[in-house]
Ligand binder design. Structure first.
Ligand code: ZN
Ligand code: MN
Length: 151
């Protein structure tokens, strides 16, 4: 017997496969990649995937609550498959984003709600400064400067 697969079913399977591949990449990294970084990675698996498809799927995953979009003004959005509430650190020098596993402060929501009368559902907190790698670089370059002066 001949199996007839409808065209829209093929399209659906293809779409699901693309979305699953994107989510899998996100789940397997702690780097909080940008959409473009995800695109470069997923291309190795699905060479014909377009940038638009990746962007669209990331938006969809975020809407469905399967991923979160980390947005800060002036920087490219990053994505995270770790969806439970947690804090982030963004390095001022290299721009990398790390998880900060200090407990999420639910009291802060209550305090802010009391202060404003607003219905507060959650808060987003981002720590800033220099990551370990960039701190090392700063130390090395300042040592370099010191040596120059001494010579
Ligand atoms: Zn850094
Ligand atoms: Mn995270």
């Amino acid at each position: 017997m001949r199996t007839i697969i409808k065209m829209d079913e093929i399209t659906k399977t293809k779409k699901t496969k693309q979305r699953e591949a994107i989510l899998e990449i996100l789940k397997n990294t702690k780097s909080h990649p940008t959409a473009d970084e995800i695109y470069q990675k997923v291309r190795q698996e699905i060479p014909r995937i377009s940038k638009g498809t990746v962007y669209r799927n990331l938006k969809l995953l975020a809407e469905k609550g399967e991923a979160i979009k980390i947005d800060t003004e002036g920087t490219e959005a990053r994505y995270d498959a770790r969806v439970e509430s947690h804090y982030h650190f963004r390095c001022d020098s290299c721009g990398k984003v790390f998880d900060v596993d200090v407990p999420v402060d639910a009291e802060l929501d209550k305090k802010a709600a009391q202060e404003t009368g607003f219905n507060i559902t959650h808060h987003i907190l981002e720590f800033r400064g220099l990551c370990s790698e960039c701190q090392k670089k700063t130390i090395i370059s300042s040592r370099g400067d010191k040596n120059k002066k001494e010579v």
